[in-house]
Design a protein around this ligand. Structure first.
Ligand SMILES: [Zn+2]
Length: 332
């Protein structure tokens, strides 16, 4: 029997990035969408990128297959089944409403489809879940504001807002107003920063947007004062090792700065980002870094515990999940 995976929370996961070629083809057929690939194998071969932009081009092209509430619910179900097998006990899931509304899909279809599948996550998969609505940072601040207002009737389905997509040239300060509205509505706030963009974007996300977590954050290491601040304030960083290699933020997994980040006292968590595109789900990331970075069991346990410390959970649930991590037996 295979060893039981380490219990963990996944905090940096784009639901659109869990679209596997098989489901993409099934949905394309159902919705009468023609994909520019003949077979799932041909599509899988297309999943080889030069950088963030070439990944984003394919990522947005494939989203054309997602049209109805059922499509979004099926996408979530497929992710939850995989996540359960990877030891995920809690997931805070990103979605990109503008990528769908731009194609004419109403925002209510997106949110209600996702939320409907998430409603059953605890009983069906043993995974508690939250939904985080992300704004595309290569779109305007005005577009983010319009998206937020369109989502207002559905805000009870959402626990927070985030910021993702092409980072360079799109500083967090573009989104000051929409993050203020999210704060006024009592929502949590997170943002991608310091992936391809500079360390200053991390500082801006903290100071201007008031974020509680930084997604990626690798480039904080270029600013010692920022590292000190992140460590002192226990600001979680949601690191995605396989994604960093596939998008060439890091040359080889063995060169990943995760050990340096841990040594600096940063609250690092490990996540999968867009797992169907980046070669692995979250436990695959744990396995890959264990081998490439020669991490011992107690370091892996600490990373899993960090994921629950960094999650938007109430104290009781956090306590229970941390107890599960503490009592996990490593067997291989
Ligand atoms: Zn991401």
């Amino acid at each position: 029997m295979p060893a039981k995976p380490l219990p963990k929370a996944e905090l940096h996961l784009h639901i659109e990035g869990t679209l596997e070629p098989e489901l993409a083809f099934a949905l394309a057929e159902r919705n009468g969408v023609t994909l520019p690939y003949a077979t799932t194998e041909e599509l899988r071969r297309a999943y080889s990128f030069k950088d963030l932009q070439s990944f984003l081009d394919l990522y947005y092209a494939l989203m054309a297959v997602l049209r109805t509430e059922d499509d979004f619910a099926e996408l979530v179900d497929a992710y939850l089944a995989r996540a359960a097998a990877q030891g995920v006990r809690h997931a805070e899931i990103f979605f990109d409403p503008q990528a769908h509304t731009a194609r004419g899909v109403p925002i209510g279809t997106v949110i209600e489809g996702l939320a409907r599948a998430l409603d059953g996550s605890e009983t069906r998969y043993g995974i508690s879940t939250r939904l985080i609505m992300c704004f595309l940072r290569d779109e305007s601040g005005q577009s983010a504001l319009e998206t937020f207002e369109a989502a207002r009737p559905h805000l009870h389905r959402i626990c927070g807002v985030g910021l993702d997509s092409a980072e360079v040239g799109n500083p967090p300060s573009k989104f000051r107003e929409v993050f203020q509205r999210a704060a006024d509505a009592g929502l949590h706030r997170v943002a991608h920063a310091g992936e391809e963009g500079p360390a200053e974007y991390i500082t801006e996300a903290l100071d201007v947007l008031g974020v509680e977590r930084i997604d990626h954050g690798l480039r904080c290491l270029e600013d010692p004062a920022l590292v000190e601040r992140l460590a002192r304030d226990r600001v979680p960083l949601t690191v995605c090792p396989l994604s960093n290699v596939r998008l060439r933020c890091v040359d080889r997994l063995a060169d990943h700065p995760l050990p340096a980040m841990l040594a600096a006292g940063l609250l690092v968590t490990v996540n999968s980002d867009d797992p169907s595109y980046f070669g692995g789900y979250v436990d695959d990331n744990f396995t890959a870094i264990r081998e490439a970075l020669r991490l011992d069991d107690e370091t892996l346990r600490m990373l899993a515990a960090n994921s629950f410390r960094a999650a938007f959970l109430d104290d009781r649930a956090r306590h229970d999940y941390l107890a599960e991590v503490a009592s996990h037996t490593f067997a291989r």
